[in-house]
Each structure stands twice: as C-alpha cells, then as structure tokens.
Design a protein around this ligand. Sequence first.
Ligand SMILES: NC(=O)c1ccc[n+]([C@@H]2O[C@H](COP(=O)([O-])OP(=O)(O)OC[C@H]3O[C@@H](n4cnc5c(N)ncnc54)[C@H](O)[C@@H]3O)[C@@H](O)[C@H]2O)c1
Length: 405
Amino acid sequence: MAASLRLNARPFTSQHFQSKSLPKLASKVTTIRCSATPSVRRYTITLLPGDGIGPEVISVAKNVLQLTGSVEGIEFSFKEMPMGGAALDLTGVPLPEETLLAAKQSDAILLGAIGGYKWDTNEKHLKPETGLLQLREALKVFANLRPASVLPQLVDASTLKKEVAEGVDLMVVRELTGGIYFGKPRGFSTNENGEEIGFNTEVYATYEIDRIARIAFETARKRRGKLCSVDKANVLEASMLWRKRVMAIASEYPDVELTHMYVDNAAMQLVRNPKQFDTIVTNNIFGDILSDEASMITGSIGMLPSASLGKEGPGLFEPIHGSAPDIAGQDKANPLATILSAAMLLKYGLGEENAAQRIETAVLDTLNRGFRTRDIFSEGNKLVGCKEIGQEVVKSIDPKVPIAI
Ligand SMILES: NC(=O)c1ccc[n+]([C@@H]2O[C@H](COP(=O)([O-])OP(=O)(O)OC[C@H]3O[C@@H](n4cnc5c(N)ncnc54)[C@H](O)[C@@H]3O)[C@@H](O)[C@H]2O)c1
C-alpha cells in the first residue's frame, strides 16, 4: 500500500518537468473508473484541501489527476479529509485521528494549504499550522524537496533581471522533521531580571543529518552533480555537526561536487547569482526561508510544488504557498503549484513517471498558449481564473499524444 521514497525517479527539472477522536467524520470518497485494461494500476490518494484557497486548488488538481489517470491506465480512489482550520471548525482539532489514519493508509497525500485569520489567535495546539507539523511528524517525512525553476514562459514574472533569472533550475532539499521547529527544550519562562523569555532549541542528531544528506547527494547525482550544503557552522554547534556529517557522507558520493555556504551568504547568492546552484541541502529553518526566497526568483509562489518523503510510508505533496486568505473564494488562485505537486506525487510517490510527465507537459503547453492567472500575468497573455486555467491544463492532457520517457 505504502509508497516509499523512490530515488530512482528522475529529478524535477525545467526540461521535464505540502487529538480528538472523531466518530462521525464526513469524508468524501470518489472512485474514478478508468478504461479497463489488464494492467490498470490502482492507488488511494488522500486529499487534504484545508483552508483558504486550498479547496480551490485541490479541486482543480484532482480533475487533472483524474484525466491523467484515465489516459495512463491508472485508477485513483480519492478520499477527502478535513485538515487545519476546516478540521478545527468541524472537530475541534487541526489534525483529527481519522484524517491521520486515512493519510497513513493511502498511497500518497495531496494537501492544499492550511491557516487563516480566523484561527490566528488560537492557542498554539489549536492552530491549523500545528496540525501540519503533526502530520509531517506522524508520517515521518523528513525530506522536503522543493524545486525552483524559471520557465522561459515566465521569465518576465521574476522580480530579478532577465539575465539573472533566465535558466535558473535548482532544488532545495530541506530537512523537515528536526531542528529548531521540533527541538526541546522550548517554551516560555522568565530570566534573572524577571523578564519573560521565549526559547527554542536547534538540535540535530547524526542519523538525522546522515539520512537527509544521502537524499541530497542522490538528488544531486541525478541532476547536474553539484551539491551545496548550507549551514551556520561559524556560530552554531548544530551546524558544526551538520557540516562534519555532510562531509563524511560525501565519501559515498565521489561523483558529486560538494560545497558549503553559510546561510547568510546563501540568502545573498540566491538573488545575486542563482544559476550557480544545482542542489541545496539545509536544515529545517534555513530551508523554510531559502525555499521561499527561491520561489520569488521563479515569478510566483503559486508555481512551486513540493514533495515530503520518508523512508517508508506515503509521501506528502503540497504547493509551497499558504492558504492566501486575501484571495480565497475569489477564483484568483494559481493552481499550477498544486497541479505540479500532483505531478511530483506521481513521480516520487508512485513511480508513475509517464503520468507525471504528461501533467508537466500539459502545464507548459497551457502557459505556451498564453493562459495566466493574475500572479503570473504579463501583457499580451490571457488573464484567467483558477478554474479556467485548470480547464486549460485538462485540455492539454491530450490522450492522443503518448508521452515517452
Ligand atoms: N503549507 C501551508 O499550508 C502553509 C504555508 C505557508 C503559510 N500558511 C498559512 O497560510 C496563511 C497565509 O500565509 P501568508 O499570507 O504568509 O502566505 P501565503 O502563501 O498564503 O500568501 C502570500 C502571498 O502570496 C499570494 N499567493 C499565495 N499562493 C498563491 C497562489 N496559489 N496564487 C496566487 N497568489 C498566491 C497570496 O495572495 C499572498 O499575497 C497563514 O495562516 C499561514 O500560516 C500555510
């Protein structure tokens, strides 16, 4: 049932192309019957639409997956479950047990986004974001792959000069279940002056660094063979160990060129000369920040997918953007990041490379035909909403065109 990390899958590049018991939780189960062939593959996908624009982009991505499945001989059984703020409203917790169970029992999970103003003042354990951290932790998805490629069609949407942005094609491999977001001790206290303090702990164990380093080396090996490890080893002990272990693991990958960079310099280099990067490996908090920075190079946060993978069990696939409450319910969201996350689900989660490539090609074709949502719009193109661009992607998934890998 479970789909483990498939490092044989080819990387994502510009060329080829995230309690309380709940007895009566309503879940929508849809089984999509595809053309019956003897070799039909069947997968169960848990859909977690979440909040804000989440349901809008998930609905579009589900349509794309459905059609792709029918063209490629894949039968999907979709199970839609509440998560984040939606789950809080329904059940009182951000990650209901039933949602987690469904997720664990599926082959892969596609998440929209969680969060919103309504829950911003909730206590920490009742925030939508807590549910997402709980989900990642429970699924043990320690490796977060975030590609950032500047598509030729969208080079003008980048905030950087054309000559700096053109051709950027990098992958951030972020450690996702360790470091300061999970480290203990953490909390609030008072210092010797009686002032309130808040504190967190950045901590990494050898095994956590070794496993993410191996994934990064494997990823780099299948790309352009260059890995840059980003840390703050001039100040932080956890980073000193990080660097030592990455260097030790490097001996297993003599064909990959390893460099090291301090995070402050990396933040600068990403906007100065992003083309110097192929694969970047870094800890949880640095990866969070740097991958958002990298997203702006590509033009819009609405374009970027991500895959979160563990050693075994289903992977979690989600766009890197949040729930965008400012545009929620207005049909303005760009669903391409979620559609591309569905492609990553097929490629990295299920090993269905042909189907993944069919989606990636359809996204490029839709952009080539001039369709743009507001966030990536430029003069001369056709401004459309979330639903319409989704319909155009569906049109581009032409069953008559075989996708050869
Ligand atoms: N993985 C997640 O679910 C996730 C990630 C980040 C933030 N959040 C949550 O989302 C909420 C909003 O956070 P934020 O405003 O900092 O980040 P955000 O990513 O939701 O939005 C940032 C900006 O980008 C725009 N944007 C985001 N996605 C877009 C898309 N697909 N198409 C077009 N425009 C898009 C928004 O309109 C907004 O202007 C918060 O509650 C936050 O905690 C959730």
